[in-house]
Design a protein around this ligand. Structure first.
Ligand SMILES: O=C(O)CCC(=O)C(=O)O
Ligand SMILES: [Fe+2]
Length: 374
């Protein structure tokens, strides 16, 4: 059992067994510590940092990436520009934002309530989202809605996608080295820029529960489809379930750190590593129910025709896995419950029912009897 008392004075060098805690919904919830990786050192292929990032993926499936040095600062500036653009975009009328709708699963606009919410069946998600495809940006003719389609906006999106791509590829390359992979075996070989993929920049706006109502909240528990996810948010709300000895440990918060991104392993890289890497079980809950929350996720994904063995022991392409899992995300809860659980969680084990039950005011507006656990 984990101590419940706040221990802010505890210095956590790497992964500590003693979590700091934060009060949420009237309870003390862990704030999980994690390894911090220095981007500049990884960029230099510093042997100790390469080992550290590899260990983080093998043991945890996630880490904090420190971008405060000169090599990362450009990425941080690009990210600030995207944030400003997001504010402008999400303030636009729904018809303008939804000009193209959801063109493809990795591209376009999704309004609030398209998927299952933070507390499973009976809740819908509480965010609206715009995704911009890396392939389209590279080809120079992206389909983005008119509120952010002037040349300045497109320049901001292009720069941000370029920066995110560089940062994630640098990490991918370090992981190949850390795993002792050479030649065609290296992870970069299945993530070439000129080959089609569903790689995308996703911009999310979580609305306050006051606006959406209590049945539309947060983002359901899942692992990502991606190889690597580079996630930026200055605001609380992201929760993870770290892998444990006998299944995942309890849900706890990720503390937003200035100048840092939260990076985690998705299904594709876990599969490509022969299940050696962990992937990260996570969700988003309303930390402050009165707050608007903004997050940016870059999903680096494998080339569409990359083959791997999935969590079901099937031989599938990256595109097939993407399409099937995306369908599972957006299916109604009853269908979702029929899909293998391994699909939503990418085969990650989750023993023990220590996932926290929501308490008022977040109890879904549906009776427990009719709720099917996804
Ligand atoms: O908004 C966040 O912080 C996380 C979003 C997420 O998990 C996702 O889009 O896959
Ligand atoms: Fe995610």
């Amino acid at each position: 059992a984990h101590p419940r008392k706040s221990s802010s004075s505890v210095i956590m060098a790497s992964v500590s067994e003693v979590p700091q805690t934060v009060e949420w919904q009237g309870k003390q919830v862990p704030v999980w510590s994690m390894r911090t990786i220095d981007y500049g050192l990884v960029l230099s292929q510093d042997p100790d940092e390469v080992e550290k990032v590899t260990k983080a993926c093998l043991e945890d499936g996630y880490f904090q990436l420190d971008l405060n040095g000169i090599d990362g600062r450009g990425m941080l500036e690009d990210r600030q520009e995207v944030l400003k653009l997001m504010h402008r975009f999400f303030e636009a009328p729904l018809e303008a934002k939804n000009e193209y709708g959801l063109i493809d699963s990795h591209l376009g606009y999704e309004p609030v309530g398209n998927r299952t919410g933070a507390f499973g069946a009976g809740t819908k998600d509480g965010y609206e989202m715009l995704k911009v495809s890396r392939d389209e940006i590279q080809q120079g003719s992206p389909r983005v809605p008119s509120p952010i389609k002037n040349s300045g906006d497109l320049h901001i999106l292009e720069r941000a996608i370029g920066s995110c791509n560089t940062v994630t590829k640098v990490i991918l390359s370090a992981l190949s080295t850390g795993m002792g992979l050479a030649g065609a075996e290296r992870f970069e070989k299945s993530h070439r820029n000129d080959r089609p993929s569903t790689t995308t920049l996703s911009m999310m706006h979580y609305l306050p529960a006051e606006v959406t109502g209590q049945s539309k909240i947060g983002h359901q528990k899942h692992t990502d489809i991606s190889s690597l996810t580079l996630l930026f948010s200055d605001q609380w709300g992201l929760q993870i379930r770290p892998p444990g000895e006998c299944g995942a440990r309890e849900m706890g918060f990720v503390e937003p750190k200035p100048g840092c991104a939260f990076v985690h392993v998705g299904d594709s890289l876990r599969f490509a590593s022969g299940m050696k890497f962990q992937s990260c079980i996570h969700r988003v809950v309303p930390f402050d129910p009165a707050e608007h929350r903004y997050s940016i996720a870059y999903f680096l994904r494998a080339e569409d025709d990359t083959m791997f063995m999935d969590s079901e022991g099937r031989y599938v392409t990256a595109k097939e896995w993407h399409d099937q899992k995306f369908k599972a995300f957006t299916d109604p809860p009853v269908w979702q419950a029929m899909a293998p659980k391994s699909m939503i969680l990418g085969g990650m084990k989750e023993d023990g029912a220590d996932d926290r039950e929501p308490v008022a005011p977040f109890v879904p507006e549906v009776s427990k009897e009719t709720a099917v656990q996804a």
